[in-house]
Design a protein around this ligand. Structure first.
Ligand SMILES: Nc1ncnc2c1ncn2[C@@H]1O[C@H](COP(=O)(O)OP(=O)(O)OP(=O)(O)O)[C@@H](O)[C@H]1O
Ligand SMILES: [Mg+2]
Length: 475
């Protein structure tokens, strides 16, 4: 059996780890927030307990006419039961003191006044006890049993501090246990509800991305009705779409290849037929003389069509290879190929600056120019329109663009061409046109980072080739 391959990266700090860490951190934080007040309360209770014993002792003493006459071991027992060195009872301006038989020397005395019960004082007192020097003597002051009476206890602080430390330790252990138990419980719940399904989604996406043509990798959505269920179903249908799109694209590519092959052979066959028809045209037979020109143009068109389709496949599939190119001569060459140079009726005016040089693919850009100029010539020839037919090429510069305008004073774009402008095979409104010229020109311009725009104007036709200024070759 092969181990299931994980598509997740090795150093993947997954959702589960983050979840556990966050839960523990939050619970500990909450525990700390509660710990401080609870420690202050613990200390206050502890002190009040002692004080209560002290009050009872003081009450007993108050009832005795002469404290000095009391047996020593009785007062000592009273004091030890309160855990104190000495007890002072004050009432009506008089005070009574009992202390241990062998008095203790008092070094540092800290006072805990239990008449002040506000929370801040209690918390500060707790911190004071916890972090101060452990050897201090504590003076606990509190209300006696009667309204105007006051009881003071002097006792070592150490047992209080020890009890507070024990309490803190217990709270700490308890907090950790609660945090761990909660984290585990929540983790198991979250794992079941979210982490597993999300992991399944993630792993499926990674796997599918690597082999989108494998239909087995399309996720099988569960029947969950929550957001994860929606994500699973959406992912499944997205993967379905990608899968079928890929398949379709491969089929189209295969078909395109087949068409190109057929087309290629067709063009060669047609070329042979063209040679024959040229021969036939030389015959003197008047019938042949009448039919031959039609045969020749029909064959010309068929060959032209085959040629353009072949070029469409070829031209648009290679990325441009830019070299510094003088645009004036590029336009001149294209005009020559478009049979505009030396045309008997149409004037061609090239107004591009001689020094304008751009980094473009000269072949491809030449093809753009040729297509536009050829269209202009064909339109002007077809229309017995303007008195002085002319085609003009000029260049404009803005901050970001260099625009080469190709315009003519012909009849303008026919509606059919306008509706399908730049759509391959659709845009032709001329007998024998393939409808590829503008589509090719646009694709090439865009491959250079530019745009080809049809500029609507009242007379004639104008196309703007906009190229980014970054293509400019600095002189
Ligand atoms: N300068 C223009 N004046 C008038 N019509 C034009 C002009 N340029 C293009 N057109 C119209 O736009 C249509 C589409 O042009 P496009 O170059 O894409 O295809 P085509 O010239 O018909 O065929 P191809 O160039 O592929 O042989 C043309 O058939 C023509 O009707
Ligand atoms: Mg054309």
């Amino acid at each position: 059996m092969t181990a299931k391959r994980s598509f997740l990266p090795a150093r993947f700090w997954g959702l589960s780890n983050k979840l556990i860490a966050t839960i523990i951190a939050v619970i500990l934080l909450v525990e700390i927030v509660f710990y401080v007040p609870s420690l202050a309360l613990f200390r206050a209770n502890w002190l009040n307990d002692r004080l209560r014993v002290g009050v009872v002792a003081a009450r007993v003493l108050d009832a005795v006419p002469d404290v000095m006459a009391l047996p020593r071991n009785l007062t000592d027992r009273l004091l030890t039961s309160a855990g104190a060195h000495a007890i002072v009872y004050r009432r009506e301006g008089q005070s009574q003191l009992i202390e241990l038989a062998d008095p203790v020397t008092l070094d540092v005395v800290a006072t805990a006044d239990m008449r002040q019960t506000d929370f801040m004082t209690l918390m500060l007192g707790a911190f004071d006890t916890l972090f101060a020097n452990p050897g201090r003597t504590l003076r606990i002051v509190g209300q006696g049993d009667l309204d105007d009476s006051l009881v003071e206890l002097l006792m070592p602080e150490r047992p209080l501090r020890q009890d507070m430390l024990d309490y803190s330790r217990q709270i700490g252990v308890l907090s950790l246990a609660v945090a761990a138990a909660t984290a585990v419980a929540l983790y198991l719940l979250a794992s079941f509800l979210f982490i597993h399904p999300v992991r399944r989604l993630t792993e499926n996406m990674l796997a599918f991305r690597q082999a989108p043509e494998n239909g087995n990798l399309i996720i099988t959505p569960s029947t969950r009705r929550d957001e994860i269920g929606v994500a699973e179903r959406e992912l499944a249908s997205m993967e379905q779409d990608i899968f079928s799109m890929l398949r379709q694209r491969r089929h189209l590519a295969d078909l395109g290849l087949a068409v190109a092959k057929i087309n290629h052979d067709l063009r060669n066959t047609l070329t042979s037929a063209q040679l024959l028809s040229d021969q036939v045209a030389t015959l003197d037979d008047p019938k042949v003389q009448r039919l031959a020109p039609r045969l020749v143009t029909t064959l010309d068109r068929a060959i032209g069509f085959a040629q353009s389709v072949l070029e469409y496949g070829r031209e648009t599939s290679v990325p441009p290879v830019p070299t510094p190119t003088r645009m004036h001569s590029l336009v001149d060459d294209a005009a020559f190929d478009a049979r505009l140079v030396g045309h008997p009726t149409i004037a061609f005016i090239n107004e591009l600056p001689l020094e304008l040089q751009l980094n473009v693919d000269a072949n491809q850009m030449g093809r753009v120019m040729l297509n536009l100029l050829k269209n202009a010539r064909e339109a002007l020839e077809a229309a017995n329109g303007p008195a002085e037919p002319a085609v003009r090429a000029t260049a404009q510069q803005t901050e970001d663009w260099i625009t080469i305008e190709v315009s003519d004073n012909g009849p303008g774009l026919p509606p059919r061409a306008r509706e399908n402008l730049f759509v391959a095979f659709e845009g032709s409104a001329r007998a024998g046109g393939t409808g590829l010229g503008l589509a090719i020109a646009r694709e090439i311009t865009e491959a250079h980072g530019g745009q080809l725009l049809f500029i609507d104007q009242p007379t004639g036709t104008r196309f703007d080739i906009m190229l980014p200024r970054s293509l400019e070759v600095s002189p």
